[in-house]
Design a binder for this molecule. Structure first.
Ligand code: 26V
Length: 822
């Protein structure tokens, strides 16, 4: 017999079987004869959740007793990916679990495949938040993630005739065993209405916001366990619910229909994730989402704070709030409102606390992605907040004018309000003024923030500016995704690298060891075979594991230049057509990624990839030497299949456009060499792995700027380059569109006459570097050496390093060991 502690926390094969069978009966309500694979997955998920729950109870009670300083990470997106495998890895119980399942006649891999991943994010920004949660728990930093429990996450992508088709992501359809509903943790959030100003009996000026609508936010908690430590933190996601009191008002006047419609409108707030990263639409529902989760988070922080203290004057000492981009930036005004209107604090003190509470991370320089809310819309939805923002701005500009007398242009550049055209609130400016720290996500990006986008703010408060280069978690993206490579590394240097990725440096001498290189190739070959099988299943295309796997996986956007990759494919294709006997290095071009549903150009690029694939893959002159495959529905789960198998990582954005990139890190950590521009974190990756182990090409930020200034004429590049002219011609002559000469015209004309992302300007440099890649791949020993050195030198890009940087330079938060743990 087992004690309760063992039943919920034990990790021996025997106790795991017993807990699993208990959960199958009492939580999943099934007896073995009728249980499905999904039931088995659920029973195992509950078994694993209990083990993290023990860690969380210990961590939370320690945080409470010691009244520790904590981080609140506010993010509209958390792209977690499947939990089960990751939790088994972090708890160190994968082999016991596999054995327990085996003894019950079950295959762990089949149970893992059952999980619907929570796709509560678009791409880089949401996945970064998830990597940071992993590192925060692993480094034992007290932290809470706050976000939205979207009922529908990022859409599922299907391909129909080569076109992207979106399907609703019904991830909650069969229940979510990883979350705990907290109906007792619910806050009210107001919208609309008006602000009443009055002088009370004591002569105090009072402001009362009277919203015309209230929505409730209910907490759902997901536990995030650290790797190899008894620490677990919370991810608290808010779900919108109709407020009952409001229903009653309408019921009372007999408007049943109205009450029900109101309920539906309220619950729409957390219904669906907006799938347009890097392009704003200014939709009121999006602002409602942002305010909804930010208000719930701040109210929750204040509730937690007041459990231990009776006045709010030191809030900023117990909590620091990291704003993941400007999506939660309305929090600056909301905290002011809570402190002033709800807690009767004077403006000056409230402002002091607010400014010392928030820190802001910028994730993009693209002007179309910088959030601006029209004053009219914001004032209608959040009239009190608009009032507060205008007062913050009045005081801010007063300070600016004192410091720069007569410099009205500067004042208007620094204003929180854009006055040209229809007035709009610049959310990045609100975040800058309301924070004690501002950071970019790679060195180049932080420099461009300081020197360009936020230059005036840098002049004003240079001490606020920081860089924290992004990182990714090696637990999910190496240990879990690539167990073969991980075993080889651990065999060679021990397992210390998993918590301390800099230890990968110990692999360096092995790059010169022929026997080790051979083992490295055996691993790469095996994971390429695994992927080849998946590609065959998902696309029907058979690919040769012996060929160079050339991989570009990321969201589709013109600045990421998937079409530059395509131009290179076409250049190789026509080379073969000219001379079928040409000596070409066999390559498999693998693409994956989603396009925003309304982004026509990105969708056309997906179609073009598939169309080129159809022609190239079926051409007998090519004879299998080139293969083009589009792996549908890129998400975390599919990423975990793809990253380990890549030989070449395509990181080819226009210099200055990709803030950091994180796929670049995931691929290089798994032994891919990079072909990349000097953009985002590529620059730092190249510095770390060594320029001789990195294929760099293209214009620098400065060169792009001077070409732009000099007047860029892409048409002349086409005329002067025979290779390019032919490609452009054949793209519009129907070769790849079954005779349709119109289909790809928008793409071709855009490149010929505008080319806003300098695709053609970087074409020859790219093709030249690709020739070197092909040659380098022929010498497998040298290639393997470079691959090993890439992995050995990627320690810097662990999200553990990023989190340590944040803790030290920005948050001033220390690790805490849960006590009383046995
Ligand atoms: C903007 C919007 C606009 C409205 C609708 C929804 C939505 C969602 C996201 C965004 C901002 C996207 C910014 C972003 O994802 N930036 C990426 O951040 C990564 C992590 O820092 C970084 O590696 C990528 O280079 C950067 O593009």
């Amino acid at each position: 017999t087992f004690t309760s502690n063992e039943i919920h926390g034990g990790t021996s094969t025997e106790v795991l079987k017993r807990s699993f069978l208990d959960n199958l009966s009492y939580r999943q309500a099934k007896f073995p004869a009728v249980a499905t694979t999904y039931d088995h997955y659920m029973a195992l998920a509950y078994t694993v959740r209990d083990r993290i729950m023990q860690h969380w109870l210990q961590s939370a009670s320690t945080y409470y007793e010691q009244s520790v300083r904590s981080l609140c990470y506010l993010s509209a997106e958390f792209l977690l990916g499947p939990h089960l495998g990751n939790n088994l890895v972090n708890l160190g119980m994968e082999s016991e679990t596999r054995q327990a399942m085996l003894e019950l006649g079950l295959d762990l891999d089949r149970l893992l495949a059952e999980e619907e991943e929570p796709g509560l994010g678009n791409g880089g920004l949401g996945r970064l938040a998830a990597c940071y949660l992993d590192s925060l728990a692993s480094l034992q930093i007290p932290a809470i993630g706050y976000g939205i429990r979207y009922e529908f996450g990022i859409f599922d992508q299907e391909l129909k005739d080569g076109w992207q088709v979106e399907r609703t992501d019904k991830w909650l359809r069969y229940g979510n065993p990883w979350e705990v509903a907290r109906p007792e943790i619910t806050f009210t959030v107001g919208f609309g209405g008006s602000v009443r100003e009055q002088v009370d009996s004591a002569g105090n000026y009072q402001v009362e916001w009277v919203p015309d609508r209230h929505v409730m936010g209910m907490a759902y908690d997901t536990l995030i366990g650290g790797y190899g430590v008894p620490t677990a933190n919370l991810l608290r996601l808010w779900q919108a619910q109709a407020s009952e009191s409001f229903d009653f008002q309408l019921f009372n006047v007999g408007d049943y229909q109205g009450a029900v419609l109101e309920k539906i409108a309220s619950e729409n707030i957390s219904k669906v994730l907006y799938p347009n990263d890097e392009a704003l639409q200014g939709k009121v529902l999006r602002l409602q989402q942002q305010y909804f989760f930010t208000s719930c988070a701040l109210q929750d922080m204040i509730r937690i704070y007041l459990q231990r203290s009776s006045q709010l004057g030191n809030l900023h000492e117990k909590f620091t709030v990291q704003l993941n981009d400007t999506h939660p930036a309305i929090g600056v005004a909301e905290l002011m409102r809570l402190l002033i209107d709800q807690h009767a604090m004077p403006w000056e003190l409230a402002w002091e606390i607010t400014r010392r509470t928030f820190a802001y991370t910028n994730h993009t320089l693209l002007p179309e992605a910088l959030e601006r809310w029209s004053v009219e819309l914001l004032g209608r939805l959040l009239p009190r907040h608009l009032q507060i923002i205008l007062e913050i701005n009045r005081r801010h500009l007063e300070g600016v004018r004192k410091r720069y007398p007569g410099d009205e242009e500067r004042a208007s550049r620094l204003s929180l309000i854009e006055e040209q055209g229809s007035r709009a609130v610049r959310m990045a400016h609100l975040a800058c003024v309301g924070s004690y720290s501002i950071n970019g996500v790679a060195e180049l990006h932080s420099r461009l923030l300081r020197d360009e986008v936020l230059r005036d703010f840098h002049d004003l408060t240079p001490e606020k500016f920081h860089n924290v280069t992004n990182g990714v978690t090696p637990r999910r993206f190496m240990l879990l995704a690539n167990p073969r490579l991980s075993a080889l590394i651990t065999h060679a240097i021990g397992d210390g690298w998993i918590r301390d990725l800099d230890q990968l440096h110990r692999l360096e001498p092995l790059a010169d060891d022929a026997a080790f290189r051979a083992e490295w190739r055996v691993v790469k070959r095996a994971v390429k075979e695994d992927l080849a099988e998946k590609v065959q299943q998902r696309t029907g295309i058979s690919v040769d594991p012996e060929s160079l796997f050339d991989v570009q996986v990321k969201r589709f956007h013109e600045y990421k230049r998937q079409h530059l990759n395509l131009l290179h494919i076409l250049s190789l294709y026509f080379q073969i057509k000219d001379n079928p006997a040409a000596d070409v290095t066999p390559r498999t071009f693998l693409f994956a990624g989603k396009a925003a549903p309304g982004y026509q150009m990105a969708k056309l690029i997906i179609k073009l990839i598939n169309s080129v694939g159809e022609v190239v893959n079926g051409d007998s002159d090519v004879n299998g030497r080139l293969r083009v495959a589009f792996f549908p529905d890129f998400n975390v789960k599919n990423g975990q299949w793809i990253y380990p198998a890549a030989d070449l990582s395509e990181q080819i954005s226009t210099a200055g456009k990709e803030a950091s990139g994180t796929g670049n890190m995931k691929l290089s950590m798994n032994g891919a060499l990079t072909i990349g521009t000097l953009d985002g974190a590529n620059i730092e990756i190249r510095d770390h792995v060594g320029p001789e182990n990195f294929f760099c090409f293209g214009m620098t930020v400065e060169e792009v700027a001077s070409l732009q200034a000099a007047g860029y004429d892409p048409g002349s590049l086409v005329r002067d380059n025979a290779d390019l002219s032919r490609i452009m011609h054949r793209l519009s002559d129907g070769t790849f569109s079954r005779g349709d000469t119109e289909l790809f015209r928008p793409l071709v004309e855009n490149l010929q006459y505008h080319d806003p992302f300098f695709v053609l300007a970087d074409f020859s440099s790219y093709v030249e570097r690709q020739r070197e890649v092909s040659a380098a791949f022929q010498d497998r020993e040298v290639w393997t050496q470079k691959s090993i050195l890439n992995v050995a030198r990627m320690g810097h890009f662990s999200s553990d390093r990023s989190i340590r940087d944040y803790c030290r330079e920005i948050w001033q938060i220390d690790a805490i060991q849960p006590n009383g743990f046995n």
